[in-house]
Structures are given as C-alpha cells and as structure tokens.
Design a binder for this molecule. Structure first.
Ligand code: 5GP
Ligand code: ZN
Length: 139
C-alpha cells in the first residue's frame, strides 16, 4: 500500500526504532508513547482490519506480541502490560494497517484508561446479543 505509513516503515522509507523483525513481523517503538516503552507489533504485509489477517500470519504476530510483553517485564521491569488493538476510526484507529499496541505499565506511570463500565438493565439483552454473535461466528 503506497500511501500507508506502516508499509513505508516496513520498506524503510520512514525511519523507526526497531525492536524485532523477521520475514513476516516487525516490532518498533511507538512515536507517541502512552507509557515510555510502548511498542507496536505489525505484520509486514498490509492487512486491515484484524479480521482480514490470515490466521497463520496472525498467530505469528501474536507470538511476537507475547515475546515483546515478556521483554518489557524482564527488560524494562514493567509491573504489567496492556495489549491494545483498534479496528475502524470509530474505535479510535488512526493508522489502517493492523497493529497491536504493547504498553508496559508501571505502578507510578500515571496512565488511566477512561474505561466506564456500563450495565444491562434487561437480563435478556446480553443473552440476545450473545446469540447474534454466536450465530455469526466464522467457521
Ligand atoms: P492507532 O490509533 O491507529 O491504534 O495507533 C496508531 C499508533 O501509531 C499511534 O500510537 C501513533 O503514535 C503511532 N504512529 C503514528 N505514526 C507513526 C510513525 O510515523 N512512527 C511510529 N513509530 N509510530 C507512529
Ligand atoms: Zn500498510
């Protein structure tokens, strides 16, 4: 994808600070870290959204997510790790090349997710929604 910023990073047309790469996967430092050490993990091939990534490639990407998370704990002495992934502008996605945010968390990092838990007033509602999701699950 010629106009994709992450494809340009893969191609070396835009510089990045690389953490890991192999033939299919690249991990690099996010230019605007939520917490210092924030790393992005992407497939080198352009795919978007998450549901369009071939399963075998996605497995390789997730394995690098796992290893980067482990390295943030072991190497940065992170107390915890958030893994975050967005699909679609409405979900807050800015760069439409699938990517996982791997964010080291520290007791004193000052970051708070703006996570407001809602509630179901009608107990039938989650069951109905679950049935719609279940019926649409891809094989
Ligand atoms: P999104 O909101 O799409 O899930 O996240 C996109 C991420 O890409 C953001 O965290 C942003 O800081 C990062 N980003 C955008 N442009 C660049 C860039 O040119 N280089 C690097 N290293 N990260 C970028
Ligand atoms: Zn791309």
């Amino acid at each position: 994808m010629s106009d994709c910023i992450f494809c340009k990073i893969v191609a070396g047309q835009i510089p990045c600070t690389r953490v890991y790469e192999d033939d299919a996967v690249l991990a690099f430092m996010d230019i605007g870290p939520i917490v210092k050490g924030h790393t992005l993990v992407i497939p080198k091939a352009h795919h978007d959204p998450l549901t369009a990534v071939p399963s075998d490639l996605l497995a390789r990407v997730i394995e690098v997510v796992r290893r980067v998370a482990a390295a943030q704990v072991a190497g940065l002495k992170a107390d915890g790790v958030n893994v975050h992934q967005s699909n679609g502008a409405v979900a807050g996605q800015v760069v439409p090349h699938v990517h996982f945010h791997v964010i080291p968390r520290f007791a004193d990092d000052g970051h708070r997710w703006n996570w407001k838990a809602g509630r179901y007033d009608d107990p039938a509602e989650p069951a109905a929604l679950a049935e719609r999701i279940r019926a649409a699950l891809p094989r």
